[in-house]
Structures are given as C-alpha cells and as structure tokens.
Design a protein around this ligand. Structure first.
Ligand code: NDP
Length: 520
C-alpha cells in the first residue's frame, strides 16, 4: 500500500488528495475502513466535508485551462501510461481490492483489467474524438462541429467496482479535457486513492483529478450543490441517484445516472441447461451478487423448471465461501454489515411473501468466515412476478425463480420491471433468440449468456429507473462529458445572413417577389 500512497501519507489514517497534496478532513471525524471478510480494521479515513469539496473544486477550476489546452492525443498518452502502470500492478491492486471490499481475487483482477481496458480505449479516443463537418447552406462558408470539455465534473461512485466504475467516468472525462473532483464510496478509500495516484504518476498534472474522502450526505451532497461543478456522474442506488438528479435539476446541471438493476435470465425449454447453469451461477453469485448487472430473477420455462432448479440448488450449495484472497474461494463476503443486514431482510421478506426458500437464506459464520459479512448463496422458488423479492434490487447473493410457459411470457416478465439494465436468454432456437433481442427492453441483452460481461468498447447503461438515458463506456460515454461546439467559418468576405438570405433567394417556394425588400 505504501507504494501507492507514497511516503508522505500518514497511514493508517487516509486523507483526501487535492491539487497533489494530502488534505485532512475539516470535520475532525474519522470513519473506519474495514475488511469485510475478517472484520479487521484496515485503518481510518479523515472525513472531508464541504470545505474540502470547495478546495477541490477550486483546484480543479485552476487546473482546467491548462489541461484543456493539452492536445487530446497527449492526454491519451497519459491514460495509456496509466493503463500500463495498472497492468504492472494488477495483482497488488486486486489484493487491495479483495481486502477492502471482499471481491474474490479472480474477479478483483477482472475489475482492474476493466480499468486498464477503459483507459487504453479512451487513450485511443484522444486521436479520434471525432467531430464532423457538413456543407454550409451559404457559399464560401465552412461548418463543423467539435467536442469541447464542459469544465469541472463531479464523480460519485459506489464500492462494488472500485476500479472499473470510476474508470468508466475518469476515462472519458479526462480524455475530453475536463478536470475532476471525485467522491468515491466510503467503503473503498484505498483502491480509490491508489487509482488516482497511478493516474498522477502517469503524468496527470496536480489538480486535474482531486479525490475527496467523505460521506455521501455531506461531501457527496456538497459536490452536487457546488456551483463550480458542471456535470455530476453518479453510480449507485436509485434512491440516491434520484435525489441527486432533483438537486442537479434545480441547479441546471447535467447529471449522468447509472443506478439499480433487477436483471433477469430467461431459460427456455430448448436451452442448453449445462450452459445455463454456469451462466446463472456466475451472474447471480459472482461478486456475491453485488454487480449492477447481477441476475436476481430467473425466468424459467415450466418444462425445464424442475431439472434446472435441482441443478442450481445442488451447485449453489457447493459454492465455497471464504477468504477472497484464496484461490479456491467462489463467493466472498458482502461489502459491509449494512449490506449483510439488507440481504437478510430480503430473505425474511421472501418467506413472508410465500416464496419457497430452496437454499441459503442465512448468514455464514463457519471457520475463517466467523467474523466476516458472509451470506449463503440463496435461491427462492415459487416466486410470482409481483412479489417484492422479484421486483426490488437486493444487491446480494439472492436470486428468485419465476416460472413461465412461453417466450412471450418470459419477455413480458423481464420487461415488467422498474429497472432495465441487463437481460439474458438461453435458447437454441435462433428465432426465439432474435425475438428476445428485439423485444427485451433493457439496455443490454445477452443471448446464451448470463447478465454480466460488459466490454468497454460497447455502450453500457440501462432503461427506465436504471439510468437517465446516457451511456457509459464506448465512444458514447464522451457525450456525457463534452459539449458540442458548432464552428462556422465565413470566407466570403461579405455579410451573409443564413436563412434571411436563403429565404428570399430566387426560385425559393413562397418567396421571391412577394418578399418585401427582395430585389433579386
Ligand atoms: P448509495 O447510492 O448510497 O451510494 C453510492 C455513492 O453515492 C457513494 O459514494 C455514496 O457515498 C454516495 N452518496 C450517498 N448519499 C449521497 C448523497 N445524498 N449525495 C451525494 N452522494 C451520496 O449506494 P450504496 O453504496 O450505499 O448501496 C446501496 C444500494 O445501492 C445497494 O444495495 C444497491 O441496491 C445500490 N447500488 C447499485 C450500484 C450499481 O452499480 N448500480 C452500485 C452500488 C450500489 P457513501 O459511500 O459515503 O455512502
């Protein structure tokens, strides 16, 4: 860790990082950084408040003019170097992540890899960042459109993908020439600082990226309210995102929201069940069910319901819970005590609603897991689409099985959700697959694949309450962090008045001689 935080960092109390300097929180408070697998205290965070947000925004404003004038391909070289540094330190960073939020090592490496891919991809955007030209309607006039940075952007991110999710925002924000104030989740301060320091080591000038370690309601809210911040990019719960959107609207800010999901996998009666079982286990219990793309509804054709259910229960019960750093661990802890309680409340709710508990449904405290926040992989059967366990995001290792009788019914159940991030379907019938791809109304549809597995060069985001229309990753991510600037170059050497002139040009329908002042 010292490698990342540098000798000046007085561990184990972490501070905010503003304009290239460590800044202690003015609140005078500390919050604990806890290893969710062991309950061990990793250190404390000196809690930042509004004063540090002000300081960070000021630093970002000061850095903006310099950073926007760095040619985009040069900015890309910095991102490229950051990708390289991340690759060199992938293992160390993955371990740090596993310790801090409990993701098993295999997946933590994937999380870092996603950040590497995103920075490498966005580095390439530095040499593209395509605008466009189009003919002018006037003679001797040139017209084009270019992307301009918006200024200071505020990032608010969750703990579940502590490297990947921030990189999806940092990559496009930085390559476009914006400066950033980032408030990461309370549960992952170390990984967040490590990522920021790697970017700085790669060549980011001080003040271009500032990290404020504080709580959501205080530092997060101050960032949203700050008049110097033009865009807020948020990933987290729908509840918080909606509140942020309302506040941002009052202040006339652009807000990019990536919120909850209640993703479904449909399994048809002609599906390859071996493949479906693998995809479901990975999607439902990978990252302990704490991905925004986790599958928590399994819509299963009645003809294969019994067989699939049996196989899933058998396999789910065999998943090994344990230390995320051990190679043979399948499922790590949930990220915090708060999440653990939330997951268990949903088990109680499912039982109260009349769903049948097939496996799991309890905390796991055996052996090395005794002091951590472990929850047994949980499956509910006999679930009706209207039950709350089938409608609300649980964000833990819990999936519900909803029976169906046809493709049409499966699609209807899939679409009847407040959320719309990711859907999957298993079928060997190409006609069914194509109908599902057309009619499932989520932002992402997988055929013969679970609900997780996004790639950075394709847009990522969801419909309905999952988002507000923008997309992360791919070139589309630039839309959130840029303004289109239209440039006209008139080289006629005389006054041309666009529509005023063309409206009265000879031969135009409804104009010519009838137009007062027309002399053509
Ligand atoms: P939150 O929405 O509470 O937190 C996400 C981020 O927003 C964190 O950085 C948080 O800070 C910050 N925040 C919280 N309140 C405010 C506020 N009033 N103003 C500005 N920023 C704020 O989600 P949690 O991490 O607590 O998780 C709760 C639920 O959210 C999960 O159970 C899940 O349903 C959903 N979730 C969805 C994710 C997704 O990828 N779609 C990711 C994570 C969560 P702090 O850490 O200090 O609270």
């Amino acid at each position: 860790m010292a490698d990342y935080l540098g000798p000046a960092m007085p561990e184990p109390v972490l501070s905010s990082y503003i304009a290239g300097r460590w800044v202690e929180g003015s609140t005078g408070e500390l919050y604990p950084d806890i290893n969710p697998a062991t309950g061990e205290l990793l250190g404390h965070v000196s809690v930042a408040g509004g004063a540090e947000v002000d300081q960070a925004v000021e630093a970002a404003q000061e850095a903006f003019a310099g950073w926007r004038s760095v040619p985009a391909p040069r900015r890309g070289e910095i991102l490229s170097r950051a990708a390289q540094l991340l690759a060199e330190r992938k293992e160390a960073l993955a371990r740090l992540m596993a310790e801090e939020m409990g993701k098993v090592l295999l997946e933590a490496r994937g999380d870092v890899q996603e950040a590497i891919d995103e920075f490498a991809y966005m580095a390439g955007e530095g040499r593209r960042m395509f605008g466009f030209t189009t003919p002018s309607e006037m003679p001797d006039k040139f017209a084009c459109c270019v992307r301009d940075p918006v200024g200071v952007v505020g990032l608010i991110t969750p703990w579940n993908f502590p490297a990947a999710v921030p990189s999806w925002k940092l990559g496009p924000a930085l390559i476009a020439g914006n400066t950033v104030v980032w408030k990461p989740a309370e549960d992952t301060p170390r990984v967040s600082l490590a990522l920021a320091l790697i970017l700085e080591e790669a060549g980011l000038p001080p003040g271009v990226l500032n990290v404020v370690l504080g709580t959501g309601p205080r530092a997060g809210a101050a960032l949203v309210e700050h008049p110097g911040v033009r865009v807020i990019a948020f990933t987290g719960s729908t509840e918080t995102g909606t509140r942020i959107a309302a506040e941002a609207a009052r202040r006339g800010k652009r807000v990019l929201l990536e919120m909850g999901g209640k993703n479904a996998i449909a399994v048809m009666d002609d599906a390859d069940l071996d493949l479906a079982v693998e995809g479901i286990l990975w999607s439902a219990f990978g990252t302990t069910g704490q991905r925004c793309t986790s599958a928590s509804r399994l819509i299963v054709h009645r003809r294969v319901l019994e067989e699939l259910t049996e196989r899933l229960v058998e396999r789910a019960q065999k998943l090994r819970l344990g230390n995320p750093l051990a190679d043979d661990t399948d499922v790590g802890p949930v990220a915090s005590r708060r999440q653990l309680d939330r997951v268990h409340r949903y088990t109680e709710l499912g039982l109260a609603e009349g769903a049948r508990l097939l496996c799991g449904g309890e905390m796991y405290r055996e052996g090395e897991c005794a002091r951590g926040f472990f929850y047994r992989p949980t499956l509910f059967g006999d679930v009706r689409p209207g039950m709350r366990v089938a409608r609300e995001e649980i964000f833990g290792p819990t999936a519900v099985i909803v029976p169906c009788d046809s493709l049409e019914e499966a699609i209807r159940i899939n679409n009847d959700s407040a959320y719309g991030l990711s859907s999957g379907i298993y079928t060997r019938d190409v006609n069914r697959a194509m109908r599902a791809a057309r009619d499932m109304t989520s932002g992402i549809v997988y055929i013969n694949h679970g609900t997780t597995g996004a790639e950075v060069h394709l847009p990522f985001g969801g419909t309905r309450s999952t988002g507000n229309g923008h997309r992360e990753a791919a070139v589309q991510a630039l839309d959130g962090f840029t303004e289109w600037k239209t440039i006209y170059v008139d080289y006629s050497g005389r006054l041309q008045r666009a529509q005023i002139d063309t409206a009265s040009a000879p031969g135009r329908p409804g104009t010519s001689r009838d137009v007062p002042g027309y002399t053509g």
